[in-house]
Design a protein around this ligand. Structure first.
Ligand code: GDP
Length: 451
């Protein structure tokens, strides 16, 4: 980590300003070589300076340069941020000049990786930074901020503390069996302690499942035969013309996706091709995709045409969605009803007219109720919500299952200790007390360059 890295930290495009970030021992020295203004090597830390980036006697851009000296910086290294004028050519040129003067181009997530390796953040905070960057709704942002404030780290650290108490009790019993005055761990003791520990892990998983939609959104699939009004409904929701509305059945062949922020939660719409029995290959692929999407969906909106009798295909769709969280929308409410309502018993039904946007509020209220959105909004976001962290917790639960089996089979305590230490290590991987290079590479490669 001796080299000095640089990258464009803002999105590349036409904008008022762009920021080129430099981090490393030589950050100030290198920028100073190409900066026309104050001598940056003599300025105080955390100060901003006006000047020009100059290369081969040519003024490249008029800039503001922030100088932050180690260790009170994000990476705990010297950091310089060059605020240049936005625009692809200018920003790239400034980057190029830095590369010619001794910087290396940063890898994806390398600034955050350095922040971790230098002890500025733990891995749950790195996860939270990633979640924060990716959050598309207010609720997701709030949740990521809780992670960044160290909530996940505190929780995992306290679980590790509980576990190390259990392990040390076992160790003392194994190492000093001759002492009478030490607390003797019985199998019963161990079982009850591990059961409390397991409950804490199970609680984390169930809270994650309950609030998964905050971070991941509600995957909503709209299904129905061609021409029932799927695209119109989607358009009413999105309030754009993204999906094509037409009178010719079967034109919405491709799956059009769009998202809205609804009650602070992301509603991801997947408009499927019209479902009907057909020999046309493209249409057929679309139909199959519709059914595939039903399986993956959190919510299915089944659209029926109020003006037509239920067909075999409608009944098939109703059957395929009967066990899913779904709402049946009887569209074209303005036209005469020809639907046999008795066939929709036990289904959540609403009427709509997508031409006039009527029924939309009704639909939104049902979605709010179905997913407890009012409740979720009121809750504290003190959960572990990052998928990587949850996967690790699940790994721990699996090992706990093995331990339970071992206890049933009277396996000696010292054998169990190995499994418990394994759990302790996995929990350590969540916060980064234990990590492998592969884990870091995998984690930080998901970041953008410049973060
Ligand atoms: P899709 O094939 O299911 O996506 O259906 P579209 O959204 O393309 O709509 C098919 C046709 O039905 C279009 O001509 C729409 O204008 C019309 N349509 C959609 N919703 C309504 C409605 O509520 N009432 C009436 N009368 N026509 C509608």
């Amino acid at each position: 980590m001796q080299d000095t890295i640089c990258a464009i930290s803002t999105a590349l495009g036409v904008s008022a300003i762009s920021i080129v970030r430099v981090s490393g021992n030589d950050a100030i020295k290198i920028v100073n070589k190409v900066f026309f203004g104050k001598n940056l090597e003599n300025v105080k830390s955390h100060t901003i300076h006006y000047g020009y980036i100059v290369y081969n006697n040519e003024k490249i851009d008029e800039v503001l340069v922030s100088v932050m000296k180690a260790p009170r910086t994000f990476t705990k290294e010297n950091i310089v941020e060059i605020n240049c004028h936005g625009g692809i050519a200018t920003t790239k040129k400034v980057l190029e000049i830095l590369l010619c003067n001794g910087c290396r181009l940063a890898e994806a997530g390398e600034f955050t990786k350095r922040a971790f390796l230098n002890g500025r953040i733990d891995l749950t905070e790195a996860d939270a930074i990633m979640d924060l960057i990716n959050s598309k709704t207010e609720a997701a942002r709030k949740m990521a901020m809780k992670g960044l404030e160290g909530n996940a780290k505190k929780l995992i650290s306290s679980l590790r503390k509980d576990l190390i108490n259990i392990i040390s009790n076992i160790e003392v019993n194994i190492d000093y069996p001759e002492y009478n005055d030490i607390y003797e761990v019985t199998v019963q003791d161990l079982k009850s302690k591990l059961s409390i520990f397991r409950n804490s892990l199970v609680k984390i998983i169930s809270e994650y499942e309950n609030t998964r939609i905050i971070s991941e959104g509600i995957k909503t699939v709209i299904v129905g035969r061609p021409n029932v009004g799927k695209s119109s409904l989607l358009n009413r929701f999105l309030d754009t013309d993204k999906a094509i509305v037409t009178d010719i059945p079967g034109t919405t062949r491709d799956i059009v996706e769009g998202s809205i922020s609804f009650n602070g939660i992301l509603l991801d719409f997947i408009d499927t091709a019209g479902i009907r029995e057909t020999n046309d290959l493209v249409e057929k692929i679309g139909v199959e995709k519709s059914f595939e999407k039903i399986d993956e969906a959190d919510l299915v909106l089944v659209i029926l045409n109020n003006n037509e009798e239920l067909t075999e295909v409608d009944l098939d769709i109703l059957d395929k969605t009967k066990d899913k969280t779904s709402i049946v929308v009887i569209n074209k409410d303005d036209l005469n009803s020809r639907i046999d309502i008795s066939k929709l018993q036990n289904r959540d039904v609403i009427y709509a007219n997508t031409l006039l946007s009527s029924g939309l509020d009704d639909l939104k209220n049902r979605i709010t109720k179905l997913f407890n959105l009012d409740q979720i909004k009121k809750q504290d976001y003190n959960y572990i919500t990052n998928a990587r962290e949850i996967a690790k917790i699940k790994e721990c639960l699996k090992i706990l299952d093995d331990i339970d089996m071992s206890l049933l089979n009277d396996i000696p305590l010292d054998m169990l200790e190995i499994d418990l230490r394994n759990i302790w290590n996995i929990l350590g991987e969540i916060i980064g007390e234990k990590y492998s290079d592969e884990l870091l590479d995998e984690l930080f490669s998901k970041f953008c360059v410049g973060k």
